[in-house]
Design a protein around this ligand. Sequence first.
Ligand SMILES: CC(C)(COP(=O)(O)OP(=O)(O)OC[C@H]1O[C@@H](n2cnc3c(N)ncnc32)[C@H](O)[C@@H]1OP(=O)(O)O)[C@@H](O)C(=O)NCCC(=O)NCCS
Length: 176
Amino acid sequence: MTRAKIELGDVTPHNIKQLKKLNTVVFPVSYNERFYKDVLEVGELAKLAYYNDIVVGAVCCRIDNAETARRLYIMTLGCLSPYRRLGIGSMMVQHVLSYVEKDGNYDNIYLHVQVNNIGAIEFYKKFGFEIHETRKHYYKRIEPADAYVLQKTLRTTSAPTAAPLTNGIGNHHSDK
Ligand SMILES: CC(C)(COP(=O)(O)OP(=O)(O)OC[C@H]1O[C@@H](n2cnc3c(N)ncnc32)[C@H](O)[C@@H]1OP(=O)(O)O)[C@@H](O)C(=O)NCCC(=O)NCCS
């Protein structure tokens, strides 16, 4: 049996509809047009994951230049359920980790996850993420409404750790 081919590809205006469809299926919150407009501008920080040439996963990040730290925010990272536990999520995280490592100028990487999403929490822990804080009532339309902020520290700064978690741009959930 030949091994499956798993690879990452760019998000472009030609395939952005596939990203929208995927995010709609994988995440319980919806993302607005601004989210997808920004995704087209971030280059390597947004990728589609292909399994034998079929789109099965995607990662979308943005740079968060908070006052006290340079942070990378993972807005979405997900894989269709039949294609989980095949290393696709790991490939997407590794891509993001090598991006920040190459850049060398990030303090941390973070994301929000619903507190009951044990699988995702275990997944991120494997890559050195830790529960940094709990955001009560973070989600408006789903239960449980609380989120953990998972964070991987890349370098420690002299700045206080209680830095703002997002900048003024917001997270672009239209249905958080
Ligand atoms: C979290 C998610 C991205 C993981 O993707 P994946 O492709 O299944 O991950 P991988 O196959 O690379 O898993 C790597 C390791 O993470 C851990 N892991 C992954 N899913 C896990 C789960 N459900 N329970 C426990 N550990 C898990 C395992 O150690 C796994 O290694 P193993 O399969 O050899 O045991 C996927 O479950 C997903 O899309 N979930 C829905 C979206 C989401 O919640 N995203 C997180 C918020 S952005």
